[in-house]
Write a protein that binds this ligand. Sequence first.
Ligand SMILES: Cc1ncc(COP(=O)(O)O)c(C=O)c1O
Length: 325
Amino acid sequence: MLPEKYTLGFFPTPLERLGNLSKMYPDYNLFIKRDDNTGLASGGNKTRKLQYFIHDVLEKGSDTVITAGAQQSNHCRQTAAACAKAGIECHLLLGGNQPKNYDGNLLLSHLLGANIHFTGDNRKGEDLELLKHKLNKKGKKVYDIPYGGSNLLGAFGFVEAMKELKEQLTDMNLKMDYIFFASSSGGTQAGLKLGIDLYELDISLMPISIDKLGYGDKTLDEAVLELLLEGQRLFRLKKEYSIKDATLIRGYDSKGYGIVTTYELKAIKTLAQSEGILLDPVYSGRAFYGMLDHLNNSKLNKNTNVLFWHTGGLPANFYYSKELT
Ligand SMILES: Cc1ncc(COP(=O)(O)O)c(C=O)c1O
C-alpha cells in the first residue's frame, strides 16, 4: 500500500519503558519511542520521511536535491546525510546570515557536504523556486523536498511508523493511550494520524506545537488537515476528517520557534537525569515539557499508558549551550 523506499536508517526503533520516570508519576505508565536512534548522522524523525523522498529522487532521475529550514534544522542535516549516502548533490536554504563559526546542525550539514545558502528572514523555503530555476539553468535535474519534508510522501514515513509501533505493542502485549510528540511542519503528525486510522488503533495523539507561526497562507492545523484529506482519499479511509483531527496543542510555543526557556531546560534535565536519555532544546525538549505539564496537572486520564515519541535533535544542544548552562 505504501510506495517503495530507499533504506537509510535502523528500524524498528526501540520502544522502551521509562521505569524511573514512571516511579515519579505513579498514576501513569510512561514509555518512549526512540526515533533519536534512527541512525542517520545522529538520527531523528526525518530519516523516516527521507527514505521515501530519496527513492523518489532516484526514480525520477534527479541528481540534485534542495530543501529549506532554520540554521539548526535537523531536517536539513538529515537531508544532507541522506544525499551523501545516495550520491546526490544537496543544496540547503537556511534562514539567517552566515555565522562566523558553524555549530550544531549547521556544522554537521557543512561536514556532510551540503551547499549552504543563507536566506535572511526566509527560513521556510520561500526562496526554493528561485534556486531551483538557477540550478535547472545550469543543467541540474533538481528535486525539491518541501519545508520540513512535510508533504504526503514524507508523511508516509510516519504511516509506516505507526504500523511498526502496532507490531511492537502486539509483541509486548501493550495498549498505548496517548502519544506526545513535537509537531512543527506537520508531516509527522499527519502520518501518525493516518497510521492510527489505517491500522485501526485507539490512541489519542498529543501533538505539541513548536512553532506558533504557520507557513505560506495556512495555519499548521490547516496544513495538517490538507495532508489528512489527501491521505484519506489515497488510502480510501472511511473516516471523515475535520480540523479537530488536525489541531495542535498550543501554549508551549508562545515564546516562538527556537527560543529556549527554563521550561525546555527543565524537560531536558528531567529525562537526562532520570533515564540517561538526551532531548533537544527546540523540538523534543519543548514537547517533553508539554507532556510533563499534562502529567503534573492531571490533564490525562489516570492509570493510562503514555508514550513520548522522541523525534531526535541532539546536535542543537551544542548550539544552545549558553541557554542550557
Ligand atoms: C527533532 C524534531 N522533532 C520534531 C520535528 C517536527 O516534525 P514535523 O516537521 O514533521 O512536524 C522536527 C522538525 O524539524 C524535528 O527536527
